[in-house]
Design a binder for this molecule. Structure first.
Ligand SMILES: NC(=O)c1ccc[n+]([C@@H]2O[C@H](COP(=O)([O-])OP(=O)(O)OC[C@H]3O[C@@H](n4cnc5c(N)ncnc54)[C@H](OP(=O)(O)O)[C@@H]3O)[C@@H](O)[C@H]2O)c1
Length: 308
């Protein structure tokens, strides 16, 4: 017999949502949530100084947008500021966090332990890595939770990012690799497109026509991936007939070490993600020592702006 869900099971479903940061990511998630039927009056947005952006949120979405965060209700907090601004935002809005049932950081590169050190014992924390396709609600987002986050709140966090694309749950150490593959990934595709455009021009097309053909080809290939339940390899092999044009091109890519090159590129991005994470950790933890005592404040200006 089906039983009614308990309060603990549904706890996250109707919580107020508080966006700390009124930038591109917050806007995309709010748009996605409202498109999925969320109540705009349960959404609160704040930023640092840009009044126009808050007005934009009010007009476009009908959500609450203001800077008197002490008047905001307790709710799930989404930390959506640039990594270099995170320490200051945590300090300024600490009461939002102490009252929150869960806080989710989308700030790239800031480890959960650093957030925990800055915030003290509450709230439970999650860290998400999304990508730029968030603005067209086609992001892939990886999310990691601290141990002990109740399932209802995990679901609430996952739902946030499902409103803007696909979500996978990973252990935090995997987030660097996720960043290298999926965070930076759209740039690799755009770069391939740039190379195809230049190559099309080199074989005689006008630059405009080459750019248009390359762009539409990539959009079409993405749509095929979305529509057809077949692996990329199968889709590629269907285009490659023996002795044909595609085979001639792929042979050149293979001879040039295409897979090896892509692997080296993603390894480099993974190493950089780890190095940036270490810098953030060091900036949060004064003098790179052990994590500070729970209530220790984050030093002003502790984050190195050059590292983002
Ligand atoms: N954009 C993407 O596609 C993308 C992809 C993956 C990850 N991310 C990560 O997501 C986070 C947000 O990115 P975004 O592109 O949305 O950033 P954004 O457009 O630059 O917006 C940042 C927001 O943070 C606000 N802010 C800064 N300091 C604040 C403070 N002390 N208190 C309250 N609000 C504060 C800013 O307010 P003011 O404008 O008033 O200063 C602004 O509204 C970043 O950490 C980024 O690394 C973004």
């Amino acid at each position: 017999m089906r039983t009614e869900p308990t309060d603990a099971e549904t706890a996250g479903a109707h919580s107020p949502l508080i966006f700390l940061g009124a930038g591109a990511v917050s806007e995309a998630i709010v748009a996605g949530l409202l498109a999925a039927g969320a109540d705009p009056t349960a959404i609160y947005v704040t930023n640092r100084a840009d009044d126009g952006r808050l007005e934009h949120f009010r007009r476009r979405f009908g959500v609450h947008a203001g800077r008197d965060t002490a008047a905001f209700p307790a709710g799930l907090v989404v930390l959506a500021v640039k990594p270099a601004d995170a320490a200051e935002a945590l300090r300024e809005h600490k009461t939002l966090f102490t009252r929150a049932p869960l806080a989710v950081s989308v700030a790239a590169g800031i480890p959960l332990a650093a957030l925990r050190s800055a915030l003290g014992p509450t709230p439970p924390l999650a860290r998400a890595m999304t990508n730029t396709s968030v603005v067209v609600r086609k992001a892939v987002t990886a999310i990691s939770f601290e141990a002990g986050v109740p399932p209802a709140w995990r679901r609430a966090a996952v739902r946030l990012f499902e409103a803007v694309g696909t979500v996978v749950e990973v252990d935090e150490p995997a987030l660097d690799a996720v960043t290298a593959l999926a965070g930076s990934g759209p740039a690799y595709v755009y770069y391939l497109l740039e190379a195809m455009t230049a190559a099309g021009a080199a074989v005689g097309l006008s630059p405009e026509l080459s750019a248009r053909l390359a762009r539409e080809t990539v959009i079409g290939a993405g749509a095929m991936l979305a529509a057809v339940p077949e692996a990329p390899e199968g889709l590629r092999k269907k285009i490659m007939s023996p002795g044909g044009t595609t085979e001639a091109a792929i042979d050149v890519l293979d001879a040039g070490g295409f897979f090896r090159l892509v692997e080296a590129a993603i390894e480099a991005a993974d190493r950089r993600a780890k190095a940036l994470g270490e810098r953030f950790r060091a900036a949060f933890y004064a003098r790179g020592a052990e994590p500070a005592a729970p209530e220790a404040p984050v030093e002003p200006g502790a984050l190195d702006r050059r590292s983002v």
